[in-house]
Design a protein around this ligand. Structure first.
Ligand SMILES: Nc1ncnc2c1ncn2[C@@H]1O[C@H](COP(=O)(O)OP(=O)(O)OP(=O)(O)O)[C@@H](O)[C@H]1O
Ligand SMILES: [Mg+2]
Length: 224
């Protein structure tokens, strides 16, 4: 589904250059949860954001469903990113002043889904059920706990039915009980809807939710 070939990323500093990723090769299989781990600063977030088209590689190729991302115009990339991909980060980044259901409705619009009002409402309800947030449908994000916010963020990341979910340290701000709950929800939805997941984590306990674990080391990937 996604293949990464000979990916390189360097950052300039002053007159020098710091190579963070060197000749990285990786395939993400359809419907599979891949966990990316490795020590802090090893380049996990950099790799995730490049694969997701959020920043450019210095060299190399990323092919999603047969389309090479690196060849796309910025506008095409943006459109694909909004419709094919979903994102969750360490912080939930919910939009203040929008109710829980409106966070999801906003994403449906952003992704350009042409669903009828009825379809949209049914999908929002089903998704809020899946993350056990139906009773907070009309709540404001400010009134939710950290774990609840993160469950809304999952719902928002998946409501437009993306093919790929990118999740960067999504349990890092949660206690172990809530982390487990969040990971179980992600795994259940991903399995039911056959979503390809790339999750970055440095929490060993979260690796059990992955079908495959790959490790970043010395600017490269070690595929276990
Ligand atoms: N925009 C940038 N400019 C310069 N250097 C950067 C930039 N982004 C990342 N780096 C450097 O690239 C390296 C990898 O960073 P990255 O954030 O990908 O690591 P990480 O594995 O996600 O770490 P953590 O587990 O702490 O989140 C680090 O040395 C970081 O300082
Ligand atoms: Mg990181």
């Amino acid at each position: 589904m996604i293949t990464i070939e000979n990916l390189e990323k360097s950052f300039q500093f002053g007159s020098g250059e710091d190579k963070v990723l060197d000749q990285v090769n990786l395939s993400l299989n359809s419907g599979e949860i891949t966990a990316l781990n490795g020590v802090s600063g090893s380049g996990k977030s950099t790799l995730l954001t490049i694969i997701a088209g959020l920043q450019n590689a210095t060299n190399g190729k990323i092919v999603v469903d047969g389309v090479e991302l690196t060849n796309l115009k910025e506008s095409e990339l943006r459109q694909r990113r909004a419709s094919q991909f979903g994102f969750i980060f360490q912080q939930s980044h919910l939009i203040p002043f929008l109710s829980v259901k409106d966070q999801l409705a906003f994403m449906i619009e952003t992704a350009g889904r042409k669903w009828s009002r009825k379809e949209r409402e049914e999908k929002i309800d089903a998704m809020l059920e899946a993350v056990d947030m139906m009773k907070h449908k009309d709540s404001n994000p400010n009134n939710l706990s950290g774990g609840e916010k993160q469950r809304v963020a999952i719902a928002r990341a998946l409501i437009h039915e993306p093919e790929v979910l990118f999740a960067d340290e999504v349990t890092a701000s949660l206690d172990s009980k809530r982390s487990t709950q969040v990971m179980e929800i992600i795994r259940n939805i991903a399995q039911t809807r056959k979503i390809t997941v790339l999750m970055v984590t440095h929490d060993e306990d979260m690796l059990q939710y992955a079908d495959r674990v790959v490790t970043m080391k010395d600017r490269k990937i070690i595929d276990a």
